[in-house]
Design a protein around this ligand. Sequence first.
Ligand code: GDP
Length: 396
Amino acid sequence: MGRRKKIVQECERLMDKPENIRNIAIAAHVDHGKTTLTDNLLAGAGMISQDTAGEQLAMDTEEDEQERGITIDAANVSMTHEYEGDNHLINLIDTPGHVDFGGDVTRAMRAVDGALVVVDAVEGAMPQTETVLRQALREGVKPTLFINKVDRLISELQEGPQEMQDRLLSVIHDVNELIRGMTEEMDDITEDWTVGVEDGTVGFGSALYKWGVSMPSMQRTGMDFGDIIDLERADKRQELHDRTPLSDVVLDMVCEHFPNPLDAQPRRIPRIWRGDAESDLAGTMRLVDEDGELVMMVTDIGIDPHAGEIAAGRVFSGTIEKGQELYVSGTARQNRVQSVGIYMGGEREEVERVPAGNIAAVTGLKDAIAGSTVSSVEMTPFESIEHISEPVITKS
Ligand code: GDP
């Protein structure tokens, strides 16, 4: 069996274990390193070649794909990562990096439960950092922080340990001020969502040179900031990467600190859906019940050269399968599911079924647009993502 097939099988196995799933987004101010970090994570999870990570997205799976030079659409990617001896399925949704924010980022946030916020160590928190944090928190999505481009503090700005520490702490402080201000009024967020070095919700490193650290990783590897400064100054970046690879540090942080769908959905559903909280549907969505009625929120419509329009989104309840006749909010007809798939390192891979708690890529939903609620029974749609009031269409 080919390596790709094995990964698909493993993803399919993990899809039925919501406690092992993390649906996440990476969000950042433009140029802070989101794309470079994403490539690193994919390479670390074995989805793309280590050598090309940071230069281009290239699949390292089937030889013919490499030869054909398929370019990967990084909008949605799934990967597996072993954390504490247990494999996890990480579904990563890309958020647009350009300045034209608004609907697209919020839409991506609807599909995920955790947002890794990337901040450039030199620039610090910028206006779009605030925007993406606000969009995440409004959707009930938990943040963690990765401070990127730390290599520049060492090699370019020639900062010593104390200066570096002061700068990093001030970035964390600024981000926490934002988080604190935004979560203050949110009654459903009862935990402290500010980030901290001690609890491991902050990572530091260099996406360009592929190394990263966090408090737990430093404890594990025995490396401290002094070692990092020495190696970076000596231009021993490969050694830094080998001793403390960025992807391990970040993916461990994702598994440890982001909620799984079972933890997230009971809190998120009342925030994003205003239907009858006492109904069976509310119950199956809160419980991530794969045997319940199908409820999916479409967050992105993509075009596949072979399969045509692909509706990607989060399955909140039930299981989506080929042949199902589903309602699409705002339209009177039902659509028939032609195929269901998952994203594997950016490429769609057809599977038999996608249960609640996962991200599905579906063909056949002709009437769906980004923002549509797709369901096996007529239902109150999810809250409008762009906060535009839409006319209510009564279905016959
Ligand atoms: P995005 O706009 O957030 O996706 O940012 P990119 O990943 O495209 O990175 C923007 C620029 O910063 C590129 O030139 C990267 O090579 C560079 N960059 C990204 N990460 C790092 C890093 O850790 N250190 C340094 N020195 N440069 C980086």
